[in-house]
Design a protein around this ligand. Sequence first.
Ligand code: UD1
Ligand code: CA
Length: 450
Amino acid sequence: MTTHIPAAAVILAAGKGTRMKSQLPKVLHKVGGFPMIGHSVHHALGAGCAPIAVVTAPGMEDVAQAARAAGGDLDIAIQKEQLGTAHAVLAARAALGELEGHLLVLYGDTPLVTAETMSALLDALDDRPSNAVAVLGFTPDDPGAYGRLVLDDEGQLLRIVEAKDADEDERAIELCNSGVIALRGTVAWALLNQITNDNAKGEYYLTDVVALARAAGHQAVVIEADADEVLGVNSRGELAVAEAIFQYRARQKYMEAGVTLIDPDSVFFAADTVIEPDVLIEPNVFFGPGVSIKRGAHIKAFCHIEGASVGEDSVVGPFARLRPGAALGSDVKVGNFVEIKQSDVASGAKISHLSYIGDASIGRDANLGAGTITCNYDGYNKYRTVIGRDVFVGSNSALVAPITIGDGAMIAAGSTITHDITADALALARTRQEEKQQWAKDFRGRQKKK
Ligand code: UD1
Ligand code: CA
């Protein structure tokens, strides 16, 4: 990054996104487990932008909240009526004030543009003092409704013409406007203020800034991006495409960082997933937000993991579910059909089969047998289960919380434990077995006679 004064960024998100056919504002639909608006904010922060303003329509407090959740000190600007992209940028003027650096315009529905690309576009403004506008262009398979980039004989950008306003020759142009535009800060507001709504849609087009800059004697340049990177999401279909591109990138990133994915295409990551090198991930694993996996861990097939951490060399699955607040230490074993939430599992502990562990803390090297259940909820409140180190819980035991099981205690299989157990004791809580000699044989005899 060679930009000396940080660029301000404005992220446009006031559009309704009607083609999503959703109650939810478009930019709140998720890619990689996080709302699209969060991706734009995250990447703008990564490019060093400050301040950052998010433009929303009135009543979109949820959009503002999602944007803030991505971090940074954001300004929220309200665009009262959606009169066009230039009008939307100007809605952020009061929030951004006089610009000390450049101005980067981003869309909240274009979540895959990277910080590197943003920086490259801003740097292009600095190539020549006369550059007032830098446009991120791309060549889509189908230029469709995108704005077309009209170049002069020297390959400099002359103007952008919207598809609806274009003549046949202009519509044949393949190089299109991604929507991402950088403006030289010293001239940005003055140029934007000259934009009118005299066009096919009756909107204030941000794209007109190029022709206005040229008319004022400035230059405009184009940087070309990959079509994948500038994908705009307008429909559920495009949302799925954005997700696929996000996942493809994520898989490449983790593999390059030393993670083994046996079948990369069947593993799904969130934007914040943290995985250390030498983790092995089998097919069909889903990571929701808030997951970290430490070195040497092995995630077997068909696991669903969110809001959870897995310590070094631990083994999880197959078919395990780690819910928010599950924190596994090192060398832990969590086997098939085990669900864990809001629980700390200390190093060396084993929960190998068919268990529900909620609101618990499990001590070092404890061994929870098949079918161990923490009964943590009475329909109104949640209660904690505390299991000491080296505890052995026999199979099919119900632990009725709140309850504390001392270090080294053992629980007989099939027990329903309702009282605390002292360290090193054996607890049995089930009816004693009775045996009636010959009863079964007599029973069968009676039945046959009937
Ligand atoms: C825009 C560009 C077009 C480009 C395309 C790329 C203009 C005039 N056209 O067209 O050249 O090829 O994006 O996808 O800029 N928004 C507001 N307030 C408004 C209008 C829009 O916040 O008053 C926001 C929308 O929520 C959206 C973004 O700006 O995030 C783009 O608006 P949209 O109407 O989708 O522009 P396009 O017609 O797609
Ligand atoms: Ca659009």
